[in-house]
Design a protein around this ligand. Structure first.
Ligand code: VGL
Ligand code: ZN
Length: 202
């Protein structure tokens, strides 16, 4: 079953949001256009409590984009974003959500961050997505969304490690840092993850 997993196409990651991804809004029509090419369409939302550990505002003396150590791993401190129930956490208003069979929310525990749709950053807790996909009989997984070099990338990596056949849809995604994404693309291709543009889905 051919499945599309749309990562974090939320207002706070749009150019006028609190953690803006340049041209993040440009992918919305691209994603709307490809949904009919899939048997199953799923989405994620970054969904943080206000006291979330990834917010610089919750650490005295720290600034946005500082990096601290958390559970032995580096943790970037972000501007407050995607706070549960706020407009910033909503999907972009033009994103067609009618076909979403399920929405998985992540980053809901104030004490741990979760870039991937599958696990938190320290692999302590699962979102249940692997079990859901396996029960549905999903084998081929196509991923897109925001930010390409953070949450999309870590979701692809976990999906690949869980044994799914993974494809990154490049023009339906935008990165916080394009140079970083170029390096990650090389890494993904070397592992056997496919990279394509949406036109090849038709
Ligand atoms: C994301 C940084 C912090 C993302 C989420 O969706 O890529 N990035 N939280
Ligand atoms: Zn977040």
């Amino acid at each position: 079953m051919k499945t599309l997993l749309i990562i974090d196409v939320q207002n706070d990651f749009m150019p006028d949001g609190s953690l803006p991804v340049a041209e993040g809004d440009r992918i919305v029509p691209v994603i709307n256009n490809i949904q009919d090419q899939f048997d199953l369409v799923l989405a994620t939302q970054d969904w943080h409590p206000k006291d979330h550990i990834s917010f610089a505002s919750n650490h005295d003396g720290k600034s946005n984009f500082d990096v601290i150590e958390l559970h032995g791993n580096p943790q970037t401190l972000w501007p407050d974003h995607c706070v549960q129930g706020t407009e910033g956490a909503d999907f972009h208003p033009d994103l067609n959500t009618a076909q979403f069979e399920a929405i998985f929310r992540k980053g809901t525990d104030s004490a741990i961050d979760s870039y991937s749709a599958f696990y938190d950053n320290s692999h302590l807790k699962s979102t249940g997505l692997t079990g859901y996909l396996k029960e549905k009989g999903v084998t081929e997984l196509y991923l897109c969304g925001l930010a390409a070099d953070i949450c999309v990338y870590f979701s692809i990596l976990d999906a690949f490690n869980e044994g799914f056949d993974c494809t990154f849809i490049e023009d339906a995604s935008k990165a916080l840092d394009d140079v970083h994404l170029d390096n990650l693309k090389e890494e993904m291709l070397a592992k056997g993850i496919k990279v394509l543009n949406s036109e090849s889905l038709f």
